[in-house]
Design a protein around this ligand. Structure first.
Ligand SMILES: [Ca+2]
Ligand SMILES: [Ca+2]
Ligand SMILES: [Ca+2]
Ligand SMILES: [Ca+2]
Length: 252
């Protein structure tokens, strides 16, 4: 049963048609339990920051979050076994932040305009992320999971964006969009595609020394774009569509 958490002018509501209407009006400071026994808790930390947690085993399921065009910080917390899944989050415009410490699965995240921040701390599977306009930041870590991110698409949109993958990734589609972007892979890369935006801006991709690469496709590169593998710098040569370095005879 889907629940909707709405933020509007500094107020919030949790709407679930299984709940009594009057009781639903104010979610503040109350424990909520749905028909599966899922218990949600939302703490107001002030200045537009909220912490959402679930004490039920398994974590938070079927939650739809809709924010307005004010800045919002939402932290989704839980132990490393719990999951945020089958949900969708839309942050509206302005500078918003989402920090997820549980595993994240089968969800959609849209941060819209503004300089937004996404931090995923425990694995990211079958997600669709759209960070849209603005200078956005995204960071993905694996924690105890095998992959920091897999089977997902991450679209950073226009603006000067930065995305960091702290652990191994697999089956990703990453679109850095137009604007001068920075992308950093700290772990192994399997069958993934990166789009740099074909934008005349100097994009930089960094791959950590020792990271195994099995199928990385870079599209939308132009003269001026740079690829680092460890400390070796490769420049994009549009004449023959390869990455070349003065310090390495290999060409990619
Ligand atoms: Ca917002
Ligand atoms: Ca944005
Ligand atoms: Ca952006
Ligand atoms: Ca770009």
């Amino acid at each position: 049963m889907a629940k909707t958490l709405t933020f509007n002018d500094g107020k919030y509501d949790l709407d679930d048609k299984d709940y009594d209407k009057d009781y639903d009006k104010d979610f503040r400071g109350r424990e909520r339990r749905d028909d599966r026994g899922e218990k949600l808790d939302l703490k107001d930390e002030g200045k537009g920051a909220y912490v959402l947690s679930s004490e039920s085993e398994g974590g938070i399921k079927d939650l739809y979050v809709q924010a307005d065009d004010n800045p919002l910080t939402l932290k989704i917390v839980g132990d490393s076994d719990s999951t945020f899944e089958d949900g969708s989050i839309n942050f509206g415009d302005d500078n918003d932040t989402l920090i997820v410490s549980t595993k994240t699965k089968d969800a959609e995240i849209e941060t819209e305009d503004g300089d937004d921040k996404l931090v995923s701390n425990a694995g990211f599977t079958r997600l669709t992320v759209d960070m849209d306009e603005g200078d956005d930041r995204a960071r993905f870590s694996a924690n105890d999971e095998k992959f920091a991110a897999k089977s997902s698409s991450v679209d950073m949109g226009e603006g000067e964006d930065r995305a960091v993958f702290n652990g191994p990734v697999k089956d990703l589609t990453i679109n850095m969009g137009t604007g001068q972007d920075d992308l950093f892979f700290k772990g192994d890369i399997k069958t993934s595609t990166v789009q740099l935006g074909n934008d005349g801006q100097r994009d930089v991709i960094r791959i950590a020394d020792g990271a195994k690469i099995e199928g990385l496709r870079i599209e939308g590169a132009e003269e001026g774009d740079i690829l680092y593998i460890g400390n070796t710098e490769y420049q994009y040569n549009p004449v023959d569509s390869t990455w070349v370095s003065e310090n390495d005879v290999r060409r990619f």
